[in-house]
Write a protein that binds this ligand. Sequence first.
Ligand SMILES: C[S@@+](CC[C@H](N)C(=O)[O-])C[C@H]1O[C@@H](n2cnc3c(N)ncnc32)[C@H](O)[C@@H]1O
Length: 304
Amino acid sequence: MKTWHKIIFGDCRNMEEIPDGSIHLMVTSPPYYNAPFDYPGLFENYEEFLGLIRDFARELYRILAPGRIAVYVTDDMLVNGEKFPVVADITKIMRDTGFRYRDKIVWKKPEGYTRISRRSGVIKQHPYPMYFYPDNLQESILIFQKGEFDYSYVKQLPSEIKERSKINLAEYDEKKWNLTVWEIVNVLPLPGRLEEGVAAFPEEIPRRLIKLFTFVGETVLDPFLGSGTTTKVAKELGRNSYGYEIDLELNPMICKKVGVEQSTFTEDKIETTIRKDAKKLRTSLEEKVKKQKSVTKAGLRVRI
Ligand SMILES: C[S@@+](CC[C@H](N)C(=O)[O-])C[C@H]1O[C@@H](n2cnc3c(N)ncnc32)[C@H](O)[C@@H]1O
């Protein structure tokens, strides 16, 4: 099916390119609040991060179609030994903005894929009470809804669209989509990988959500596009998409991932817009990450 994709480099607090009530699903993973190995110092403080989510949520309410779903993939964040309650705060902001809190799924990553902190080793050096710090193996998939969905919409869809959007129940059962715990292998942003330096989610997450919450030909939004995973999957599944990304330095990565060059030979239309509020972030963030790593290697005390 012929699809279209609009990639906009700019701040998603303003999504003026999108008409009111025209988005059928949002799937996104906002920047992990000042995550030491991805976004060190991106925000001045936690309030600034929450301010972004608040402003963005208002704009999201405007563009999401009635009854439709908005999903955040995120988790509480440990920064300099302090845990920030991102999941609780995003849930509160979304509810205050008018969305219903519909569900939470725990995304369980395989053991051995713990990337950032192996805090559990502390107790091996000090096998006494009070030295317990668990390694994090999970993220939250937070599902919100704008009011109630009108199921008569499904009845009036052309039978071809319904047929092509049908959920494969064998896959649903086999991969246990029915549970509130989804076991999915994560993307490690290792050197040399396309997603290097971007905390990308695995394609399986937007793939499941797009199949579960949209019909073929509908429109998906990722306001924090990163490497372009959501756009890539939306295109593969015959859905249209909008993606916003503030960091212009990710342009080549996104173009490669979503296949901008190949699209000239297919029926899909991909359009890229660079707004004045786009920034250049990746290089300076990478410099900060490198500095942190060299401090860690030098054996200086790092707070757990
Ligand atoms: C966790 S990453 C998203 C990764 C993405 N899910 C993927 O699979 O590649 C979050 C992204 O949000 C971007 N970002 C941060 N603030 C933004 C804003 N105000 N508007 C748009 N994008 C923003 C960051 O530059 C970063 O690329």
